[in-house]
Design a protein around this ligand. Sequence first.
Ligand code: SAH
Length: 509
Amino acid sequence: MLVTISCTRPVGAEWPATDLGYLLHKNPSRRQTFEQSYGVAHVLYPEARDDRCTVALLLEIDPVRLVRGKSKGTPDFSLGQYVNDRPYAASSLLSVAISTVFGSALHGRCAQRPELAETPLDLRIELPAVPCKGGPEYAERVFAPLGWTVVATPLPLDPAFPEWGDSHYVRIELTGTLRLADALAHLYVLLPVLDGSKHYWLDAAEIDKLLRFGEGWLTGHPEREWITRRYLTRRHTLVRTALARLAELDDAAPEELDAIEVDADDAADTAAEATGDAAAGSDGDAAESAETEEHAPSLAVLRRAAVHRAVLATGASRVLDLGCGQGALLLELATDRAFGEIVGIDVSMRELKIAARRVRRLPEWQARRVTVRQGALTYTDASLKGYDAAVLMEVIEHVDATRLKALEQAVFGAAAPGAVVVTTPNSEFNVRYDGLAAGAFRHSDHRFEWTRAEFADWALRVGAAYGYAVRFEPVGPVDVEVGASTQMAVFTRNNGFTENHDGDEKGAA
Ligand code: SAH
């Protein structure tokens, strides 16, 4: 798998083209290698002259490592996992390599030549083999609006047998005058889009990446919807949220987004996902079947189910969903007649509006038990007293560490529900996510992410301080080394009282 990027010095410019090395933080006189979870990335400069400099990023993919890295618990040991096109074709792995090997350049950072990082350069990018399922015209459609001159040539299935026709691989050459960071961002987002089979874990954090690296060009792109859909491999909720957030950037009416309909081929893919048939709805190539994980229930689904079960097990009827966001859990709990009253609280009006709209669309018997309202969890709110259970699903990590004490007091001290279910990312699991840089958080708004020990310390301290017993449960497939992706703590109040509306805790205890 190979990409080369050439920079030509403009006539009369003072700087040598080898300054490309500064922008990429890679010395043109050295060959460097970087271990990746799926193989090795080499960076070398086939030419390094004052007038022209070319860098090559070459990935040596180890198909066995590619499989080992992800498929624990994947019941698919087909040969296709080992014999596939990943070693040869530029794809999402190249994207991952760009973000890890050229991370600073992708973010536009360059201490030595800051002005050059901001300058549009005469660039030429060559990708000898890119899987491009829509045909070469798709390469044109996605790159040309961004200022690239695109030459996309289909590669024959077998040059010895021209009558067999073309493969779905194309050779792509891009020329244009663009900032290096923009060029890398275009590759980062669009290579997996053309490929259409992203190899690594997809979750809502992908939306953040799409928006971050699509900044400045994706909102105005004529193919933004198709790009978004393909980038998120057509996961509909993700696509919808991403389009909604793009529309916000663009000031489009969010309501219009509800009208976005699912394409026929998307529907086929969804059906395939639902039946767990990884090969259906695609050309069934090896990369697709290596993605069985994506067809299993997503972590978000598993997490909601685990929280639902935990709340149900406390025997609660009146439930608070604190930091309910767009209301995914509210909708799930509403289907369960065990819950007589479900209240969603969030500080964000924007999220609440979406939640409220989704609740309004529920069947009447569900909708009438659900209310949402604005509130900040770091302030005591008398109206939150007396509930049987409260959920904080993926919320505490959004609260500044310095405000966490205030949240503890407001939730466990003042509202004091009979039970509290808390979920939060297990930071130890982050090493299992390709494309997540070491030490990075899963979401740009996370203020911290805790190891299992840190979470246990916090939960046990809070439990002891406010009189709750605590038990812990992993959520998602459990990795022997690093645990599960999500960690959950279930707090139950020691005195067993759940209906102390007047707040006379001492009398009740
Ligand atoms: N529980 C939802 C949303 C998680 S995202 C889910 O799992 O899908 C975190 C949510 O917490 C956001 O909607 C954010 O607006 C909300 N939030 C963060 N800090 C808050 C605070 N101090 N008070 C109330 N809500 C808060």
